[in-house]
Design a protein around this ligand. Structure first.
Ligand code: GLV
Ligand code: GLV
Length: 338
């Protein structure tokens, strides 16, 4: 019998082609619709699969692994984040996990810069006013729509992996003053120095000893850590209470790291200057009457961090390569150490 693989999306050109070329050896069961794969379809079709290629919207838990059966060898996730995957469950069954942490770094770092500038320079608020026809009532004025300047800012990174460091690299030419970062080892230098900036940046790049310290010192806070039980609501009332009044916060990681209610309150009470979010709790189910959408100082975009044509093509191709490597017992492009 052919080896069965399940893929929860139609893939882009090259990736689909690499997969289709394996049709001689593989039974490929693929979700056909443009909508996210339905859980019931996945549970049903996983039965007998040796490999499953999933999106970040597909939960990989005991139930799915159980439904698949003991022959399952590999999960290949089309994402850098793996919070949708129960790693312990994979580890205990000796199932390998592939992901795409490197090819999307530049795209997400680019979007992070967009969001920082949107928050500091009031991009969302400005566009909304013009579209709403308010410009005639707000002629040019020296203080019209002013916000804090990026040059001279201290930038605090919650999480200091590839994306954060690629963002720092982009921020240096803007003339930021200092970078501080908090990892899972507060006060200790980052384990990996992806672009040689931790040791050799032209400005101070220092580990923070606590989230409090980072909140107090930063003019820009960038949330770029993984979502884990210890980072859920890491940014909440306490954190906002310690931030500067002219500081902004950007989230390009996972929604639940920021407590949305606390953010709405911080913006309402003008405890902080603004926010720009690529992700939010309970996405994509944000209705038009959600209080966050009533905040002129909050920009929200629909989880588009890695959404460049080039990057999405690469993520697709790498996911397929990881899937095939997992089936064959070969080295993956990127594998999570479980
Ligand atoms: C996007 O959020 C990803 O994890 O790839
Ligand atoms: C990443 O967060 C690191 O510590 O290098």
């Amino acid at each position: 019998a052919k080896t069965k693989v399940v893929v929860t999306r139609q893939l882009i050109d090259e990736a689909q082609q690499i997969l289709d070329e394996k049709k001689g050896e593989l039974e490929i069961v693929q979700w056909q619709s443009e909508k996210p794969c339905e859980r019931s379809w996945l549970l049903e079709n996983a039965k007998g699969a040796t490999g499953i290629l999933v999106m970040l919207s597909d939960k990989v838990d005991e139930k799915l692994l159980e439904a698949a059966g003991s022959q399952l060898k590999v999960i290949a996730s089309f994402s850098v984040g793996t919070d949708h995957v129960d790693r312990d469950a994979l580890k205990s069954r000796n199932i390998r996990l592939g992901y795409t942490p490197t090819c999307l770094t530049d795209a997400v770092a680019d979007l992070t810069i967009m969001l920082i500038l949107m928050a500091q320079r009031r991009g969302g608020e400005s566009i909304a006013k013009v579209i709403n026809g308010e410009w005639p009532q707000m002629p040019w004025h020296p203080l019209l729509m002013t916000g804090p300047q990026i040059g001279g800012s201290t930038v605090g990174f919650l999480g200091f992996g590839r994306i954060a460091q690629a963002t720092l690299k982009r921020l240096l030419p803007f003339g930021i003053k200092k970078a501080i970062y908090l990892t899972s080892r507060p006060g200790q230098p980052a384990k990996e120095d992806h672009f040689g900036l931790v040791k050799q940046a032209t400005i101070p790049v220092e580990p923070a000893t606590s989230a409090d310290q980072l909140a107090k010192e930063s003019d820009v806070v960038i949330v770029g850590c993984a979502l884990t039980p210890s980072t859920k609501h890491l940014v909440s009332t306490d954190f906002f209470g310690k931030m500067k009044k002219l500081a902004v916060i950007v989230n390009i990681a996972r929604g639940p790291i920021i407590d949305t209610d606390a953010l709405v309150k911080a913006l309402d009470e003008e405890q902080i200057f603004g926010a720009a979010l690529d992700v939010i709790e309970n996405e994509p189910n944000i209705q038009a009457n959600h209080p966050i959408l009533k905040q002129p100082r909050c920009v929200l975009v629909p989880h588009i961090g890695s959404a460049t044509i080039e990057t999405r093509e690469q993520m697709a191709t790498e996911s397929v390569k990881n899937l095939l490597a997992g089936l064959n017992g070969d080295a993956m492009v990127n594998e999570v150490e479980l």
